[in-house]
Write a protein that binds this ligand. Sequence first.
Ligand SMILES: Cc1cc2nc3c(=O)[nH]c(=O)nc-3n(C[C@H](O)[C@H](O)[C@H](O)COP(=O)(O)OP(=O)(O)OC[C@H]3O[C@@H](n4cnc5c(N)ncnc54)[C@H](O)[C@@H]3O)c2cc1C
Length: 425
Amino acid sequence: MNISRAGSGLGPLQDGSRVVILGGGPGGVASAIALKREAQSAGRDVEVIIVEGKQFVGEQHYNQCVGVLSPPVDVLLEKELRIPFPYHLQRGIVTGYVLHAGRRQIILDGTSEPSVSLRRVQFDAYMLDAAHEGGVTLWHARATDIEFHADKVVVYTENFPLEADVVVGAFGLDEGSAAIFSRAVGYRPPPMLSSIVTKYHPGEAGMTKFGSRIHAFLPSSPRIEFGGVTPKGNHLTINIAGDSVDTALMNDFLAFPETRRVLPDFENASRINSNDLRYFKGWFPRGLARHFVGDRFVMVGDAAGLVRAFKGKGVTSAIQTGIRAAQVILRDGISKSAFQSRYYSANTDILSDLPYGQAMRHFTILAPRLGMMDLILQAAEHNLDLYRALFNAVSAHRSYREVLQEGLSWASIRAVGGAWLHRTL
Ligand SMILES: Cc1cc2nc3c(=O)[nH]c(=O)nc-3n(C[C@H](O)[C@H](O)[C@H](O)COP(=O)(O)OP(=O)(O)OC[C@H]3O[C@@H](n4cnc5c(N)ncnc54)[C@H](O)[C@@H]3O)c2cc1C
């Protein structure tokens, strides 16, 4: 393959152009497939290269993602990328949630399309295969540095350097890649929440007993913002998140009576599989990155912080923003101004919801400590608006703006007031 090439201007990508995508997670791969498809339908031959350091095939690398994929991920794959949704990889259908907060819990079942749980490494391998079949080149190496010039970008990798007209930054929250872009273009990664993830195999009877709902926890512990236990076929994935969670906090979470109650047979250590209770560290973005677009570069998914703030739908948002970046590159151009006007406006749904997500985060940190969640859960048992707001917040099926509108209706506020009066009288 010819790895160096002559540069072009900053307009929409023309025949013979090249895009290098840094990162082969859902954001990078969606962008690659969309670029190939859209270029083909415009009659342009555009070369697309994904640089990915991990080996997904054979599950040699772990991905900390819990792997619950929320709508409209299937529509994005099938309608926009025209690849079948990998139902064969599914480990379960999420039929609902049990929210534990304060001393109460509530079952939240919705009527909308359910989420699907699968193993993220298998999903990433499937997506990369689809990209390869669609004519995308996979470059197995880590990118180590980047140079921006007026007419081209040079991406240095662990093997050959690559030249491109434009680079898509789809490197998630990788610190090394963030440092490279920070040096080259002043990029600042998004603010983050840390997370610890682990697994537990309670056996077949234990899985049946656990059921198909995800258990979500809003503990009153000041350092754990939320926790979750998710059924994944033959095991349960357990995760916690907060500003700086660590193994000691995961031990605390596993010792909480409300967590113990939902983990079948957890007391019986002899049942614990040798792979169980190994702890993995991960990060969630909880706000926007800075300087994530510029001449000849655009970032997607976690790297841009373009996700539903606070919780949920990271994979769906990465795919959405990957497709949107591809459309801007081919339709509007690769200049900073093209990205600032067209990419930002294409992502208005995510951008306009960020302040509501952040407000929700602060509320869910404070409310359990003030004893308010007990009242809210109690009121939601009789108030449909509040029930729906809780379901949509936990499932990530609606925007936070819609969740807050539902949750702050007069009927909801009256119901919480009623629960408070009932308790104090
Ligand atoms: C604990 C936890 C649980 C989660 N659970 C869910 C969930 O259930 N559902 C959901 O939708 N989202 C979940 N998320 C969020 C989700 O994982 C992310 O939002 C999503 O993966 C973002 O996709 P991305 O393509 O932007 O980045 P990533 O998936 O992080 O992909 C980035 C890729 O870039 C590669 N890369 C980085 N730097 C380089 C380099 N220099 N050279 C070469 N390759 C490089 C990495 O190897 C990686 O494959 C979870 C996150 C965490 C931390």
